[in-house]
Design a protein around this ligand. Structure first.
Ligand SMILES: NC(=O)c1ccc[n+]([C@@H]2O[C@H](COP(=O)([O-])OP(=O)(O)OC[C@H]3O[C@@H](n4cnc5c(N)ncnc54)[C@H](O)[C@@H]3O)[C@@H](O)[C@H]2O)c1
Length: 351
């Protein structure tokens, strides 16, 4: 973790982190505890893992509640007892979205409504996790927060996640406008780091686990699609910085790296960390058409690059950790106690 300048005004405050046993939420909980917050994590452990928070279970400032964000009674009680709420619980990952679109809407819309209605009732500062997916397949690069969004048809399940997160944004901004709820929305671009699982279609942990098992890396599509990968420690620094900044209230912020890499380059980088024979690289990458990897008619976004000028101007944030350093950390995570990590299951259609 990086050293942060602590804001004494926030020391001792109580934070509720929904989805706090997940990949990003658990790193956020760590950072909040390190800054002197009391942290309550609410998580149903559907995609999150107890393992992610095992090291803080005995911390006097930490509590884990296993429940759903859609449980309005629990949420109301927890919101009452907190000063600030970080809402990260969501159905996440392209595989999961395609396999279980109903859950996407139930969690990401119904759950978020329950949460926002409670924070509005009790007037608690609320940070909402959104996603670069809301930009859809827009070809205007880089993506700026005020850009138009370009989404595919409703017959294509893939877009349901983007729609659900956009509804959360509308709802949060509506509460801000109508009842003065202090909300901040952060749109995360591809975030990577230790504790991320490859089970729901996340490319970096999937590649790293495949490489460690000596299997070919499965690259979906032609591999020329590009993404910008940001280290989770950088992302957490942005989220906490936004939470502690009064000027951020009522706004939407892109949070991501601007260093673009194609998925083929990413695969080569991952392979070069386990095998330095260049001749072997090509045999170890397997291209899988999208319709086999996901579903017929699957549409991907070719490029996804954030414009981060707004967050830079507001809290002076920009990423500090380069992709190679993060990949080393992800390798270290999966190498340590490899046997106990769950194996990645490729989408059923790609077998
Ligand atoms: N990882 C990324 O690259 C990325 C990119 C864009 C946006 N995001 C957003 O960041 C947030 C965190 O994502 P993550 O990558 O850590 O995924 P994750 O799956 O590790 O975390 C989501 C957490 O929410 C929990 N959860 C799901 N449904 C719940 C429910 N009904 N009630 C309570 N808890 C529930 C899960 O168990 C899990 O712990 C999500 O809102 C996601 O949309 C992530």
């Amino acid at each position: 973790m990086h050293a942060f300048r602590s804001n004494p005004r926030w020391n001792g405050l109580r934070a509720l982190v929904t989805g706090g046993a997940g990949f990003i939420g658990s790193h956020l909980a760590d950072e909040l505890l390190a800054r002197g917050y009391h942290v309550i994590v609410l998580d149903d452990l559907s995609t999150g893992r107890l393992d992610n928070v095992a090291h803080v279970l005995q911390h006097p400032g930490f509590r884990l509640i296993r429940d759903s964000v859609s449980n309005s009674v629990t949420i109301d009680q927890l919101v009452t007892s907190c000063d600030v709420v970080f809402h990260l619980a969501a159905a996440v990952g392209v595989d999961l979205v395609i396999r279980d679109p109903v859950r996407v809407f139930e969690t990401n819309i119904v759950g978020s409504h329950v949460l926002l209605a409670a924070t509005a009732r009790h007037h608690k500062k609320t940070l909402i996790a959104s996603t670069s997916e809301v930009y859809g397949k827009s070809e205007k690069i880089p993506y700026h927060e005020e850009d138009d969004r370009v989404l595919g048809p409703t017959s294509n399940t893939r877009w349901s996640y983007a729609i659900s997160k956009a509804v959360d944004e509308f709802l949060a901004l509506a509460y801000h406008q109508q009842v003065g709820l202090p909300v901040v929305i952060f749109r995360l671009f591809n975030t990577i780091g230790p504790r991320q699982t490859g089970r729901y279609g996340m490319v970096v942990p999937r590649f790293v686990q495949q490489a460690l098992r000596g299997e070919p890396l499965t690259v979906y599509g032609d591999g020329w699609q590009s993404r910008c990968f940001c280290d989770v420690d950088d992302v957490v620094r942005a989220i906490v910085g936004l939470a502690e900044c009064d000027d951020a209230v009522g706004n939407v912020f892109n949070v991501g790296s601007t260093a673009e890499v194609t998925i083929l380059e990413l695969a080569r980088k991952v392979l070069s960390l386990v095998d330095d024979r260049p001749s072997s690289l090509i045999d170890r990458i397997k291209l899988v058409p999208y319709d086999q990897a996901y579903a017929p008619g699957f549409e991907d976004t070719r490029r996804r690059v954030p414009d981060i000028s707004r967050i830079k101007a507001t809290i002076g944030w920009q990423p500090r950790i380069c992709l190679d350093d993060t990949l080393h950390r992800v390798f270290a995570y999966y190498r340590q106690d490899r046997e106990s990590r769950p194996a990645i299951v490729d989408p059923p259609t790609s077998r």
